[in-house]
Design a protein around this ligand. Structure first.
Ligand SMILES: [Zn+2]
Length: 964
């Protein structure tokens, strides 16, 4: 019977609400655990991809609760910023593409869309949708603490945060570069860009080549390679201009003209022309004074750098490949009047030597990666590989004048410095990768004057951020270098805009604080929000004294209470709450927020709070693929979470987004997987109905085994969960436990045991298993829990603990012995194609056990040498007859060595086991499995039947088999 999942979900949602199980208050006798996850931005409904981060946080919260912690897991909604505003403008302009997306993709009723001309209505609508989805997913959220970043009380809190930063000189006004949208006239950050890319920029060197009275600048990150320049590249089909830049004559692309103006350079355009006019012209390399030709190249983007590129084929794989491609297409050059000889004369000039590369390094990398044309995406890897290899290992050759012998890192700085001093070069800030604003405009770098910045350049602040990172747990730890890198890399960051939703800068009201700046310490606000929501606290009376007292413990309660017209008692209650719940114990987020939000979160906590309130852990996860493909609106493969829940159940979705990949990897969501998980959960549910719990009673071998196995699963799953290796835990709890139960039922079934006789054992196993499954699949686990005869929510029960008295090595090894023998016999039948009538099983003679145990002990002591072991055996009277069977010794050594370490120790502890007794116990299974008569003999048995003389092959744990 398949389950009515929607009914189960509804039933338990109502029950949880009624019993207020997720509402968390401080409890003096209980340790707290504060889990938070980056609050959602409500400009669309959540889809399966969002499901992963929030589910992981929820599983974490539920797990810690079962481990006995008083867990607080709250949620808010982030309205701040420009995207919602931009959306609303598009609705007002009747943008059909957006309206279609609302209707078809997001299923928004048309009536609602009409109201979307008011931006806050968009936020409210999707806020509501997301909240419903979170409840339907079963997230254990304390909703009493919900807020939006437009709430009056929240804006007061943000204003306080900014006054704190300003007091400490961490918010400054000045001129600094920012990522910028020329169309919107606003700075851009990750939230504002297509594909959520954080605009990162850096300083390029502009090498000034000479062409008559003009300078032809080319942008590069490797100025030291000018000694290897063989030609320049220009796009013949793009527009260029003769310009005067701060008084000097330059030739650059039209696109570069605009970019230089955003960088506050004085640019006068004299005339424009097509790139083709410069093809074939000669320029002189500065510093080197060699002359090279300008070649045509369609791959040169006029928007990148100056639109003209220097070509260093020996050290830049792109240039090398482009020259090769040009040689194959000579007509292109002939059209420009350049003869073959001129092209053939271009030979790569190697100027850097580095360990591991002979000849032309660019060619070596191209060959290594099997690159054939300049369109090959692997060229990017080739470039990056060579770039870092030469940076760390390269040394300048003799053809680089006074830089010869220097390492590349040093030469890069020296060449740049010398050229800048001699006006042979200039600099230009440029985006490292191109970034598009959500409005469709290509972003640029702008030097912004009189803008408000958060000064992430402050070295003292950086060192505090590093200190916080060093003191905290990062899950998984391999993400640590990304945080340290970001802290080092971050510079002044524009923190306010002239438009958008959000809090006004308290001392300069024409500015609105942007979304990655008002979302860094809000976890503290959850404590206050509860009192605003239940009207105990009025937002009109909140002031800086209030926040100072609650969040920093500053001031006297009497005076603060007076100043904000509230009671001392209430103030102290809120302060106590804060002291109880803070700091944040775990912060969850997607990996894409490492270079901004998560690092800002660290920075701002160290600036505002005392060290004891700094965050303790960050958990980062990868994204979700849909049937192997990246999810995107254009692909049309975005599955909204709420409809997925209706179709597949919340529990199956929760498990499938967590079981598919390790934390940092992308998880592939497939319909097959989600269906398989749902069926598996239904099977477990049916088991709960079948086995009503009773006393354990008299235990058979398989009973002892499954109970012992359960202890191992508890142990390994607990260890995995403590490190949030949820994939591994799920594999244990769901998949390997399932296999074990199947084996157990097969054994019991072969012995014709009744359900009643195994019900106690199955009930015991299910009890622990369902408790371990509950954080992952909360709804169906509650249902199973109830079926097992429990009347209280599973939320009140503990995570199971290992019972050492039930760990049973003998049972563990016995069942493995039986499983292995079944597999061996199956194999023999498969290979020989015999239809068995009778199966003879021979267990090893006693002397072999003496040999086995001696070898096992020797190997555990670290002796694995055959000769040494042989000597040991021969010198002992009990095992000295091995002289006649050195082969047997070799085999046993191999047996032991192929055993895992823990199994070796278990076996050493067990000593000699009675294999024949074990096989007798499993006889019914063999008979049923192979439909044959079974005879078990010991090699020592005098009356054994051994027609093919197989018994002598038997070894401990490796019985011999004969089939007829
Ligand atoms: Zn824009």
């Amino acid at each position: 019977m398949s389950l009515d999942w929607n009914a189960i979900q509804e039933k338990w949602r109502e029950r949880w609400d009624k019993e207020k199980v997720f509402e968390t208050e401080p409890q003096a006798d209980k340790k707290k655990y504060f889990v938070t996850v980056a609050y959602p931005y409500p400009n669309s409904p959540q889809h399966i991809g969002h499901g992963r981060t929030y589910t992981l946080a929820d599983v974490h919260a539920r797990y810690m609760r079962m481990r006995g912690y008083n867990v607080l897991f709250p949620m808010g909604f982030h309205y701040t910023g420009t995207p919602i505003l931009a959306m609303s403008k598009r609705v007002l302009a009747k943008d059909q593409e957006l309206i279609d997306a609302f209707i078809r993709l997001y299923k928004v009723p048309e009536k609602e869309i009409e109201s979307f001309t008011e931006p806050v209505n968009i936020a409210r609508y999707f806020h509501n949708e997301i909240k419903k989805g979170m409840r339907e997913m079963g997230f254990a959220i304390d909703w009493r603490r919900e807020f939006t970043t437009m709430d009056d009380a929240y804006t007061k809190f943000i204003a306080w945060q900014f006054r704190k930063l300003k007091e400490k000189n961490l918010v400054v006004q000045g001129s600094h570069p920012v990522g910028w949208c020329p169309n919107d006239g606003n700075p851009v950050s990750q939230h504002d860009t297509v594909g959520d890319v954080e605009p990162e920029f850096t300083e390029y060197t502009l090498i000034k080549f000479s062409l008559e009275q003009y300078k032809v600048p080319t942008a590069t990150l490797r100025p030291e390679t000018i000694f290897g320049v063989t030609n320049l590249w220009i796009n013949p089909e793009a527009e260029y201009a003769h310009v005067k830049v701060d008084g000097e004559n330059w030739i650059i692309s039209n696109r570069c003209v605009e970019k230089l103006r955003f960088l506050n350079r004085n640019v006068e355009v004299q005339n424009t022309f097509m790139g083709r006019e410069l093809v074939g012209k000669k320029v002189t390399i500065p510093l080197v004074n060699r002359s090279v030709t300008i070649f045509p190249a369609n791959f040169v983007e006029p928007k990148d750098g100056s639109g003209i590129v220097m070509s260093v084929p020996a050290h830049a794989p792109y240039d090398y490949q482009a020259l090769e491609d040009l040689k194959r297409n000579k007509t292109l050059l002939q059209n420009f009047g350049i003869d073959d000889g001129q092209l053939e004369a271009v030979k790569p000039v190697v100027i850097i030597e580095s360990e591991g590369y002979d000849g032309v390094p660019a060619l070596a990398v191209i060959n290594k990666l099997k690159i054939k044309t300049q369109d090959d995406p692997k060229l990017e890897d080739a470039t990056a590989d060579l770039y870092s290899h030469e940076f760390y290992k390269g040394r300048m050759l003799n053809n680089t004048i006074r830089y010869a012998g220097m390492n590349v890192a040093k030469a890069r700085d020296e060449v740049k410095k010398d050229m800048l001093e001699n006006k042979l070069a200039d600099t230009m800030l440029e985006l490292i990768k191109s970034v598009t604003c959500r409005c469709g405009t290509e972003c640029v770098v702008k030097l912004l004057s009189d803008q408000w910045f958060i000064n992430y350049s402050d070295t003292n602040w950086k060192s505090h951020a590093h200190e916080c990172i060093n003191s905290m747990e990062l899950v998984p730890d391999e993400i640590r270098p990304e945080f340290d890198y970001t802290v080092d890399w971050l510079k002044e960051r524009a923190c306010a805009r002239k438009s958008g939703l959000g809090t006004r800068l308290p001392w300069d009201k024409e500015w609105i604080i942007e979304s990655l700046s008002d979302s860094v310490i809000y976890m503290a606000y959850y404590i206050i929000a509860k009192y605003i929501n239940d009207y105990t606290l009025s937002n009109t009376e909140l002031n800086d004294y209030f926040f100072d007292y609650i969040l920093l413990g500053k001031g006297s309660a009497d005076e603060v209470a007076k100043s904000c017209n509230t009671s001392v008692e209430l103030l102290n209650r809120i302060r106590d709450d804060f002291e109880y719940f803070y700091p944040v114990d775990a912060r969850h987020s997607g990996r894409d927020l490492v270079p901004n939000h998560l690092t800002f979160f660290i920075f701002n906590h160290t600036a505002i709070f005392t060290k004891s309130e700094w965050p303790r852990q960050i958990v980062v996860n990868g994204s979700v693929l849909m049937e192997g493909k990246k999810m995107s609106k254009s692909m049309g493969n975005i599955v909204p979470l709420r409809s997925a829940i209706r179709e597949h159940s919340a529990d199956a979705i929760r498990i499938s987004v967590l079981v598919a990949a390790e934390l940092l990897q992308d998880a592939d969501f497939t319909l097959d997987a989600v269906k398989g998980i749902r069926e598996r959960l239904e099977r477990i549910y049916n088991m709960c109905k079948r086995f009503t719990k009773e006393e354990l009673g008299q235990l058979e071998l398989e009973d002892r085994w499954i109970i012992s196995r359960l202890q191992h699963v508890i142990e390994s799953s607990t260890m995995a969960m403590d490190k949030l290796r949820v994939r591994e835990a799920l594999h244990n709890i769901i998949y390997s436990m399932d296999q074990d139960v199947q084996w157990y039922l097969k054994r019991a079934n072969a012995k014709e045991r009744t359900d009643e006789s195994i019900s106690g054992v199955m009930g015991y196993v299910l009890d622990a298993r369902i408790r371990m499954q509950a954080p992952f699949a909360p709804f169906v686990s509650e249902e199973m829990w109830e079926v097992l005869g429990n009347d209280k929510s599973i939320m009140h029960r503990d995570w199971p603990q290992i019972d050492q008295s039930k760990v049973d090595y003998a049972a563990d090894e016995s069942e493995i012995l039986i499983m292995n023998l079944v597999a061996d016999i199956q194999n023999i039948i498969k290979v020989t194609k015999i239809k068995p009538n009778k199966i003879f099983i021979y267990t090893a003679a006693e002397w072999k056990w003496n040999v086995y145990r001696k070898i096992l002990d020797a190997i555990i002591e670290g002796k694995t040498n055959f000769g040494e072991i042989m000597k040991l055996l021969v010198s002992d009277q009990k095992t000295s007859n091995v002289k006649q069977s050195p082969d047997m010794v070799k085999r046993i050594i191999e047996d032991v060595l192929s055993d895992p370490l823990d199994s070796r120790h278990r076996k050493a502890e067990l000593g000699t086991i009675k294999e024949s007794k074990i096989f007798d116990d499993a006889k019914s299974l063999f008979v049923k499995e192979f439909a044959a008569e079974i005879a078990v003999y010991n090699e020592d048995d005098v009356g054994k039947i051994d027609p093919k003389n197989k018994a002598k092959m038997a070894r401990p744990y490796k019985p011999a088999v004969y089939i007829e």
